[in-house]
Design a protein around this ligand. Structure first.
Ligand code: NAI
Length: 407
């Protein structure tokens, strides 16, 4: 609790940069749309998440919070939230067991709404705690990987409550995944290593929203960026955006810095490590720590040490040294502070409005994965533009009719 005061200042800083959420919090305080609702949330416990939690509290909810990654919690923020009556079960450096126990504990509060980032809470409710899942009005999901998992549950016909895929809001993935991760991943790598990006060969695996953001930002800082892909359309887009595209086994011996952003498993493995240059740096921006095979690194290495905070050195039998950042977990959250408040403002505005939407549409929504309604998406964009002092044109009647006519 001695960290709470520091955490409060951090939250104040985030709040200042989250004008959309502030407007929604004012609205929630007046209208109390979440009155009496118990919310269990598994999110990265950062200062921005704290501003979302405050917004949910302003709406009348009771909030139970656990971390969505064992290493991403900002302890001062967790302490500040706990001092304000939020049920927080999160600290930086949880073991796997502690991580899942925290999820179990917040689920035992029998929430009516569940907010998740990555799908571990949804998966727990659909496997071990199905009785609790039956009482859930609805849920939301923050990231691509979590949405993949929920869509798999929907396909199998086992989804127990409706879920709003917050990740799929345009005002989320086009901004958070691209600009948020683009910047914060570079930030994480720089804080961990302090290397000069200019002149480096940076390999980005996956040219999705996250990969694009990272590739553009790395190029902006002077790196020579090479993209790897499995989807021909995305690969072609990367080529036309001016990046080199190669196979991972070709590029393994060329890259200085490797960054995975695929949401997939075993993208960089033993065969690639064996080809890498001495001193190659490995970072992951995808949700789980399965993209760079840490297992392979651990089994191959003849020695291992922490050379700097967030940097593990593995010496391979061929004498080459590879440097893994943040133990292969989300580098932007483990080695830096995650996304900037300005971009989480939009992602979490979608979360807050989606929670309200679930309460207001209880009984109407089916056990499916829904996209965020377009009116919510547009409202978030309008509020963000307004907060930036930017006005846009409005269609005239004549223009509207023209666009709607086939003649
Ligand atoms: P996306 O689906 O838009 O892009 C993933 C891309 O990776 C696709 O183009 C796919 O074809 C490609 N891919 C899949 N397997 C591959 C392989 N073996 N080699 C090369 N490319 C491969 O997904 P998005 O939104 O870019 O998210 C990627 C990951 O990042 C997800 O796990 C997501 O949850 C996570 N994420 C992390 C954030 C962070 O703060 N670090 C923020 C937002 C998302």
């Amino acid at each position: 609790m001695s960290l709470a005061e520091k955490g409060k200042k951090q939250i104040e800083w985030a709040r200042m940069h989250m004008p959309v959420l502030r407007i929604i919090a004012d609205e929630f305080s007046r209208e109390k749309p979440l009155k009496g609702i118990r919310i269990a949330a598994v999110l990265h416990v950062t200062k921005e998440t704290a501003v979302l939690v405050e917004t949910l509290l302003a709406g009348g909810a009771e909030v139970w919070l656990a971390a969505s990654n064992p290493l991403s919690t900002q302890d001062d923020v967790a302490a500040a939230l706990a001092s304000e009556g939020v049920h927080v079960y999160a600290w930086r450096g949880e073991t796997e067991e502690e991580y899942f126990n925290a999820i179990k504990t917040i689920a035992s509060a029998e929430p009516q709404i569940v907010i998740d980032d990555g799908g571990d809470l949804h998966a727990y409710l659909h496997s071990t705690a199905q009785e609790i899942a039956k009482k859930v009005f609805g849920g939301t999901e923050e990231t691509t990987t979590g949405v993949h998992r929920l869509k798999a549950m929907e396909r199998q016909g086992i989804l127990k409550y409706p879920v709003i895929a917050v990740n799929n809001a345009l005002t989320k993935f086009m901004f958070d995944n691209r600009y948020g991760t683009g910047q914060s991943t570079i930030d994480g790598i720089l804080r961990a290593t302090n290397i000069l990006i200019a002149g480096k060969i940076v390999v980005v695996a996956g040219y999705g929203w996250v990969g694009r953001g990272i590739a553009w930002r790395a190029r902006g800082m002077g790196a020579r960026v090479i993209v790897t892909e499995v989807d021909p359309i995305r690969a072609l887009e990367a080529v036309m955006d001016g990046f080199e595209v190669m196979r991972m086994d070709e590029v393994a011996g060329i890259g200085d810095v490797f960054i995975t952003a695929t949401g997939n498993i075993n993208v960089i493995t033993k065969v690639h490590f064996e080809k890498m240059k001495d001193g190659a740096i490995l970072a992951n921006a995808g949700h789980f720590d399965v993209e760079v095979s840490v297992k392979d690194l651990e089994s191959m290495a003849i020695s291992k040490r922490e050379i700097r905070d967030c940097v593990t050195e593995y010496v391979l039998p061929n004498g080459k040294r590879l440097y893994l950042l943040g133990r292969g977990r989300l580098v932007n959250l483990v080695c830096a502070e995650g996304h900037s408040s300005e971009v989480m403002d939009m992602s979490f505005a979608n979360q807050a409005l989606a929670a309200r939407y679930i309460v207001e549409n209880r009984g109407v929504l089916e056990r499916k994965v829904y996209n965020v309604p377009l009116e919510i998406d547009r409202r978030v964009a309008e509020l963000k533009l307004r907060s930036m002092g930017i006005e846009i044109d409005v269609l005239t009647d004549e223009q509207r009719k023209y666009l709607e006519s086939w003649i």
